[in-house]
Design a protein around this ligand. Structure first.
Ligand SMILES: Nc1ncnc2c1ncn2[C@@H]1O[C@H](COP(=O)(O)OP(=O)(O)OP(=O)(O)O)[C@@H](O)[C@H]1O
Ligand SMILES: [Mg+2]
Length: 348
């Protein structure tokens, strides 16, 4: 039996809008790369996938197009999504005929339609898995954060990723109330691009906006003097221009989006049954996903929502570690997984 266990490996896949992670049973996290494909648009040939493709991001020659096959957590380019999964499974050397017996636990946003869920399933199966278990992202994040979600006491988890912010209250292994918001890390980058264009008449690309967000941005005022020389193209002349962008500007650029995340958390707390809210007030709100790493994000949300906010350990890998815990012991998590099928009390 041991032999079969080794051959028929299970995997966990966090198919994120920004980052693609794989957990291999018995091994841990084996892939952690950007969800990106670079193609030659003259020949339609794939040039690079993941980290290799990201390296092309800044200096893309005219004939190279970078594709983000997921938009707000939903597959928008089926073929390229499949290519990414296949590429990384091949690299693991696990994509032979035996691997078809493998179970894949895959995280998905909470509000997917049947068709969207099916397309995730199909993409993973056609890339080499035989059975797919879909796990809602907040559930995977809660398990990854080692919250005791099987107990009849509620936990609130907010996963701020690249494409979506998932807000959920979980109890007895299932999401009782949840909301998926299309405001997350990528939206913050877009906010920064728009702000720099309006305020400085300067055009910048997404990589620059991302650098500004991470190295200069914060959700609340900070004492440190954070600033960055930013290069872009002048809107009017089309010529290169350099400006200094400081923390208050980046903060102002992101303010509306941050407020909408805080307001949605408040909305969920207002709509949730009072006894669940009591549990959340007692334990605080858990924050996961890359967006939780924005400076002062936890303090900002705590101030807005008036509830303590805690960032989980290693928020970028929390979801895939949760999927890992599930596949390491599938029978133990069967109840949790079947709980996801049950009708929800409220699904905003
Ligand atoms: N230090 C940081 N400060 C602010 N944002 C950060 C930081 N580090 C990462 N991020 C942001 O986190 C986002 C990626 O997070 P994550 O990997 O959790 O998303 P994802 O799982 O790919 O997306 P989704 O779950 O929405 O499909 C990116 O938008 C990135 O800019
Ligand atoms: Mg995610």
């Amino acid at each position: 039996m041991k032999l079969f266990e080794n051959l028929y490996k299970s995997i966990g896949i966090d198919l994120g809008t920004t980052n693609f992670l794989v957990y291999l049973k018995g091994r841990g996290i084996v892939v952690d790369e950007p969800t990106l494909v670079a193609i030659n648009n003259r020949t339609n040939q794939i040039l690079a996938i993941g980290e290799e493709a990201k390296k092309m991001l800044d200096r893309t020659p005219a004939h190279v197009t970078l594709i983000k096959p997921l938009v707000n957590g939903v597959i928008s380019d089926f073929e390229m999504t499949q290519e990414i999964i296949r590429h990384f499974l091949n690299k693991l050397g696990e994509s032979n005929f035996l691997s078809r017996f493998r179970t894949a636990a895959v995280s998905i946003p909470t509000n997917l339609t049947e068709v969207e869920r099916k397309s995730v399933e199909d993409a993973v199966i056609s890339a080499g898995a035989s059975k797919v278990i879909l796990v809602e992202e907040p559930i995977a994040a809660a398990i990854g954060a080692r919250l005791s979600i099987e107990e009849p006491s509620a936990n609130m988890i907010v996963n701020i990723g690249g494409g979506t912010s998932e807000i959920s209250i979980i109890s007895i292994g299932g999401a009782v109330i949840s909301k998926s918001l299309k405001v997350a890390g990528q939206r913050l980058n877009e906010d920064i691009i728009r702000f720099i264009k309006n305020e400085y008449k300067l055009l910048i690309g997404e990589p620059t906006a991302e650098t500004l967000k991470i190295s200069v941005g914060s959700a609340l005022p900070v004492e440190e003097k954070l600033e960055l020389n930013v290069r872009g193209r002048d809107v009017a002349s089309g010529l290169p221009k350099e400006v200094i962008v400081r923390n208050p500007q980046v903060r102002a650029a992101m303010q509306r989006s941050l407020k909408s995340i805080a307001d949605s958390i408040k909305g969920i707390l207002e709509d949730a049954p009072p006894e669940l809210v009591g549990d959340v007030l007692e334990k605080g709100i858990y924050l996961s996903g890359g967006g939780s790493l924005l400076r002062e994000m936890d303090e900002y949300l705590a101030k807005e929502v008036q509830v303590e906010v805690k960032i989980v350990e290693d928020p970028l890998t929390c979801v895939v570690r949760g999927l890992g815990i599930i596949i390491e012991d599938l029978p133990r998590h069967e109840t949790i997984l079947s709980n996801q099928e049950r009708p929800k009390l409220v699904n905003l």
